[in-house]
Ligand binder design. Structure first.
Ligand SMILES: [Zn+2]
Ligand SMILES: [Zn+2]
Length: 382
């Protein structure tokens, strides 16, 4: 029965009947909101296991219950709108069920959610928020400006959502590991004079500097991940994605996440940029990485030489021979122009994505083990 329901729900979500007034938009947004609220409530029932320290503080704030109740109310109104407008009531009814269940459990769950001092194993709440924010931002954009028709539940979506879930839920251990090298540099670097100078710079200059410096570090490390065969095996997992959309960028081997992030953020943490600059940078990178992989055909070609666009990064993932080892930068294509790796042919897009010969196996666990397995396919950098 659960299977039939899941199938019917999936068909509804993938329905092409999503014009305004058909009840699809209200139904789908109601489902996202109610599912987020439902999972937050579940997470708060087990604060030590599923809730991150930072969000636990947020949940303990006096207004949090009201925000959650507000969200549930909006979700309920949206569910009603959908049920009125839409012939198929499944989206509306599923949301209503989640809202009612969340209300029952939530009425007492949040009262006990504020305890501190517990180390979180899996930050389920951050995964839920991350999915809700990113999904709410990119799902409608990909519906409106998609480059190529692609269902939401496209090939290998299960693996990619698992990557998304695991790296979101591991936010605390990952943050600890990735800031470790920067802390060592900071402790032994005698950088106080430089730090004092940096923090005195105007805010926009600091932001531009932090973005450019991290991209410079990222460029060379990314290039090394392509050129050194052992490193390539880790990075090939990211390149194995054959569908490019908002979820595809999350496919990244955990070893690569730790290596790439920890070296890239060294200038950000050690040179003394203001905290607000660092927060702004993190927010930009968070949205930008998703945007670059998204199935979007935004026509920002006028900026293509200065700021990376989805087409720029899609060429980095292209399966064509000409797409091998090009477009390494994440924000500033000028780095690729300087170092001779820039590739943006006319208005063309790659014909397909992935690694030539598809040597990387499917599935999260197999991909986790892939870099350690002897003699996979010869290291081919597509
Ligand atoms: Zn790459
Ligand atoms: Zn990528």
């Amino acid at each position: 029965m659960f299977r039939t329901l899941r199938k019917a729900l999936r068909e509804e979500l993938e329905s092409n009947d999503h014009r305004i007034g058909q009840g699809w938009i209200s139904g789908a947004s109601s489902l996202v909101l109610s599912l987020a609220a439902f999972l937050l409530v579940v997470g708060s029932r087990f604060p030590g296991l599923f809730t991150s320290v930072q969000l636990r503080k947020l949940e303990a704030m006096p207004g949090f219950d009201h925000v959650l109740q507000g969200a549930l109310l909006i979700a309920f109104l949206l569910a009603c709108t959908s049920m009125v407008l839409r012939q198929n009531k499944l989206l509306g009814l599923t949301s209503a069920f989640l809202i009612i269940t969340a209300t029952f459990f939530g009425s007492f769950a949040f009262k006990s959610a504020g305890g501190g001092g517990v180390h979180t194993v899996l930050a389920l709440d951050w995964f839920v928020l991350n999915l809700a924010i990113t999904g709410a931002l990119f799902l409608p954009l990909e519906r409106l400006f998609r480059r190529t028709p692609m269902p939401i539940f496209r090939f290998e979506w299960r693996s990619d959502i698992l990557y998304f879930a695991i790296s979101s839920m591991m936010v605390q251990p990952l943050t600890y590991l990735t800031t470790l090298p920067a802390s060592v540099v900071l402790a032994h670097g005698h950088l106080s004079a430089l730090r004092a100078w940096t923090v005195g710079l105007p805010w926009p200059v600091q932001l531009a500097a932090v973005m450019f410096l991290t991209d410079f570090f990222q460029y060379w490390l990314h290039r090394a991940f392509h050129k050194v065969p052992f490193l390539w095996k880790f990075h090939a997992v990211h390149h194995s994605a054959q569908s490019m959309d908002w979820l595809a960028g999350s496919r990244m081997h955990v070893v690569e996440i730790v290596c790439l992030r920890s070296f890239t953020i060294i200038p950000m943490y050690t040179l003394g940029f203001a905290n607000t600059v660092i927060y702004a940078y993190i927010a930009i990178v968070y949205v930008y990485a998703t945007y670059l992989h998204a199935n979007l055909r935004f026509d920002v070609e006028g900026l293509k030489g200065f700021i990376a666009t989805p087409r720029f990064h899609h060429w980095h993932h292209g399966i064509e021979k000409e797409a091998i080892d090009v477009n390494f930068s994440i924000h500033f294509p000028v780095l690729d122009r300087i170092f001779g790796t820039y590739h943006m042919p006319g208005k063309a897009w790659p014909s397909a994505y992935g690694v030539g010969g598809h040597p990387v196996p499917e599935g999260y666990l197999k991909q986790l083990a892939y870099p350690f397995t002897p003699n996979p396919a010869p290291a081919e950098t597509t």
